[in-house]
Design a protein around this ligand. Structure first.
Ligand SMILES: C[S@@+](CC[C@H](N)C(=O)[O-])C[C@H]1O[C@@H](n2cnc3c(N)ncnc32)[C@H](O)[C@@H]1O
Ligand code: SF4
Length: 364
């Protein structure tokens, strides 16, 4: 049986250590369990793979730290995955060695998303990262030596202790590595976490500087020839993250692994985050424990509006009418926050800086 879904996400949750600000589904260490987890992922792929199209457009291995997965298990997983036009793996700089880079390259990985976060030693320490700025540079060189020519850097702004000058240095260091793609995120600190407790006052100070930081990031990266194609994402010509683009364009995707989400038509599935239950269910040939949410058409349209307006290309409005308020549309156009182009709607530069607030205003 074949289906029509062209995007596959695979979650590899293991990390060497848990960074204070991280809110993803991660597990520290668990060296002895990586192989069994990969067996379970492959069992889930056999069970659910019928929804996938004969040829996939993208596969994304996210984490956690996929490159912390024991090398034999990672290679077995990569070798067993179907072919795709783009295969991305997330990597932490300190895990990248020439051997790891070659392992990725010989297993059809053609894009690596490297979690740099910052090039400042003390800011990396605040984030509880396990790498030095030099590890990022070395990782990029190892990946390039192995033939990887599509590298993305993840960076953060609004880190406790960060100054405007620190931000300039980070931007300069990132550009010096000439990555094909940059994701520049505002650091989100969840209320009630250890990290937020430890850096409370400083996080408040950073919150006030965020808008200025964001504008500076956009100005500098666009000035360096990158296209600001999504709220937090920049690329050289033709180097958009095709996997994430599928998500922003509202395409369906299959997610495998603990905590993974799938959107299949009017159904959204969320696998439970517990490793033991996941591995045990799949060893019995059963579906993993998960929540299934029925999506109604209106929710789908609202999500489509919210995600689609993050892009720099016009969002076609035909069919989306129930999701927005016509009077609000006229209002945001009058305020110069959005404009009609090619039968679609696109936020203006001012609108894009306000982002979610404009989308919220538009929603019916
Ligand atoms: C889920 S992480 C996995 C990648 C890898 N383990 C790492 O840490 O680099 C993917 C990216 O999400 C971003 N991220 C993680 N936690 C964040 C937070 N609290 N706020 C903003 N971005 C965050 C980071 O830039 C990170 O590179
Ligand atoms: S390495 Fe990445 S996924 Fe793991 S805890 Fe740190 S931020 Fe989270």
């Amino acid at each position: 049986m074949t289906g029509s879904i062209r995007h596959l996400y695979v979650h590899l949750p293991f990390c060497a250590h848990r960074c204070g600000y991280c809110d993803f589904v991660t597990l520290v260490g668990r060296g002895g369990e990586h192989g069994a987890y990969v067996d379970a992922l492959l069992a889930e792929l056999r069970l659910e793979g019928g929804v996938l199209a004969p040829r996939l457009e993208t596969i994304f291995l996210g984490g956690g730290t996929p490159t912390f997965t024991e090398a034999g298990a990672l290679e077995r997983l990569l070798a067993a995955l179907p072919d795709a036009d783009e295969v991305t793996v997330e990597a932490n700089p300190e895990t990248v060695t020439p051997e790891l880079a070659r392992l990725l390259s010989r297993n059809r990985v053609d894009r690596v998303s490297l979690g740099a976060q910052s090039f400042n030693t003390s800011l990396l320490a605040v984030l509880e990262r396990r790498c030095e700025p030099e590890d990022v540079r070395r990782a990029v060189h190892d990946l390039r030596d192995a033939g990887l020519d599509n590298i993305s850097l993840d960076l953060l702004y609004g880190i406790p202790g960060q100054s405007a000058a620190d931000l300039e240095t980070d931007i300069g260091q990132a550009l010096a590595l000439a990555p094909e793609h940059i994701s520049y995120y505002e650091l989100e600190a969840k209320p009630g976490t250890r990290f937020t407790h430890a850096h409370g006052e400083e996080l408040d100070r950073q919150a006030e500087a965020m808008e200025g930081y964001f504008e500076r990031v956009v100005e500098a990266l666009v000035g360096a020839g990158y296209r600001w194609y999504e709220t937090a994402n920049f690329c050289l010509p033709g180097r958009e993250a095709r996997h994430n683009l599928g998500y922003w364009l509202g395409r369906d995707y299959l997610g495998l692994g603990i905590g993974a989400v799938s959107t299949l038509g009017l159904e959204r599935r969320r696998n439970a985050p517990k490793l033991a239950g996941y591995v045990a269910a799949l060893a019995r040939g059963e579906e993993p424990p998960r929540e299934v949410e029925a999506l109604d058409e209106e929710t789908k349209l609202r999500e489509r509006l919210m995600l689609g307006l993050r892009l720099d290309r016009p969002l076609p409005l035909a069919g989306l009418e129930p999701a927005f308020e016509p009077a609000a549309l006229a209002r945001v156009e009058r305020l110069g926050l959005a404009e009609r182009r090619d039968d679609g709607l696109v936020l203006t530069e001012r609108g894009r800086f306000l982002g979610g607030a404009v989308t919220a205003e538009l929603m019916a």
